[in-house]
Design a protein around this ligand. Structure first.
Ligand code: HEC
Ligand SMILES: [Cu+2]
Length: 318
């Protein structure tokens, strides 16, 4: 799964497997059509001129047979593919069994807001970003929203693309048969950092998933009264970062950027752009515009000690 992260020729779940035969069939049909056209073209180019009498063309309708034959074959191939596509789409959107889990994913320039819904227990709703954990085998409903411009949600190994359109909710679903990380990518050009708008779907056992969910539900502990770098960083964070970022359990409640309550639990930052290490966190806080030019997080012009203490604070958010 990691050698070719966007490989769409292998599927690991019901939705992907429903689409796969059509994907391969279309590749085969297109290849055959290209080959036949190329051969006919070569035949026409190298056909001896002696056999071709321009005066005879008008009376002799023989060559027109090729046109009729070509048109008939094209119509047949396109009609066949249309029917196949429609039956595949019907199979791919089938909602199947009642969803074990419902998510709401919002595409933003250039990251993914992920909300875990819970109709029965609204207090169990939480928000995270750029990393979607799902239990294997289970049917996960995903409502997609366009937060600013159009984006498209695509996890190649788990199924096809679904557009995210501002003002509209499109529904897709995820289901993975195999434990692992599956890379997702925005597949609708959405601006300068479109290529750096990736995410990861982590499929894990039911027990691991429940452990992850329980950990995500925790708010951060009240501030440690002892003076320390992270306590200083916490104060700086509230004033400099809290208008855009949420850390549940503190007064930081902004929603412009990703929820950072459990940022240390994620494998990457900035939507798959950097590995989540203390070094890249410090680099990001110091100059996000250098690492992801155009990103909606400004350079905050902080001093070295401020960057150090804010990074120490982020490191506590696990
Ligand atoms: C004007 C709003 C704004 C402010 C202020 C801001 N950020 Fe951000 N931040 C964002 C946005 C938007 C992103 C997502 C960027 C992207 O991935 O394209 C982000 C991303 C991040 C990330 C990566 C999170 C992830 O999971 O990918 C971290 C960490 C972060 N900011 C920390 C901070 C810290 C620390 C401060 C204060 C020093 C701060 N931010 C101030 C808007 C802001
Ligand atoms: Cu996008």
């Amino acid at each position: 799964m990691s050698d070719f992260p966007l490989n769409y020729l292998t599927g690991y779940g019901a939705r992907a497997l429903a689409i796969l035969p059509l994907t391969k069939g279309m590749i085969a049909i297109s290849s055959i059509v290209t080959l036949v056209v190329a051969l006919l073209l070569l035949g026409a180019i190298f056909r001896s001129r002696a056999a071709f009498d321009p005066r005879g063309l008008v009376q002799d309708t023989g060559p027109l047979r090729w046109v009729y034959l070509g048109a008939a074959l094209t119509v047949a191939a396109l009609a066949g593919v249309l029917v196949w596509t429609m039956t595949t789409m019907a199979a791919a959107v089938r909602t199947g069994p009642e969803a074990a889990l419902s998510l709401e994913v919002t595409g933003r320039q250039w990251w993914w807001e992920v909300r875990y819904l819970d109709r029965a227990h609204p207090s169990n709703i939480f928000t995270t970003a750029n990393e979607i954990h799902i239990p294997i085998g289970k049917f996960v409903r995903v409502d997609l929203r366009g937060g600013d411009v159009s984006h498209s949600f695509w996890v190649p190994a788990l199924g096809g693309k679904t557009d995210m359109i501002p003002g509209q909710v499109n529904t897709t679903w995820l289901q993975a048969d195999k434990v692992g990380s599956y890379r997702g990518q925005c597949s609708e050009y959405c601006g300068k950092q479109h290529a750096h708008m990736a995410f990861t779907v982590i499929a894990e056992s039911e027990a691991q998933f429940e452990a992850w969910r329980t950990a995500q539900l925790r708010s951060v502990a009240p501030a440690d009264p002892e003076p320390s770098a992270s306590a200083e960083g916490r104060a700086t964070f509230q004033t400099r970062c809290g208008a855009c970022h949420t850390v549940r359990g503190t007064s930081a409640g902004g929603r412009v950027g990703p929820d950072l309550t459990h940022v240390m639990s994620r494998g990457t930052i900035a939507a798959g752009t950097l590995p989540n290490t203390l070094g890249s966190l410090a680099g990001w806080v110091a100059d996000p515009q250098h690492l992801k030019p155009g990103a909606k997080m400004p350079v905050l012009e902080m001093s070295g000690p401020e960057i150090h203490s804010v990074t120490a604070y982020l490191a506590t958010l696990n």
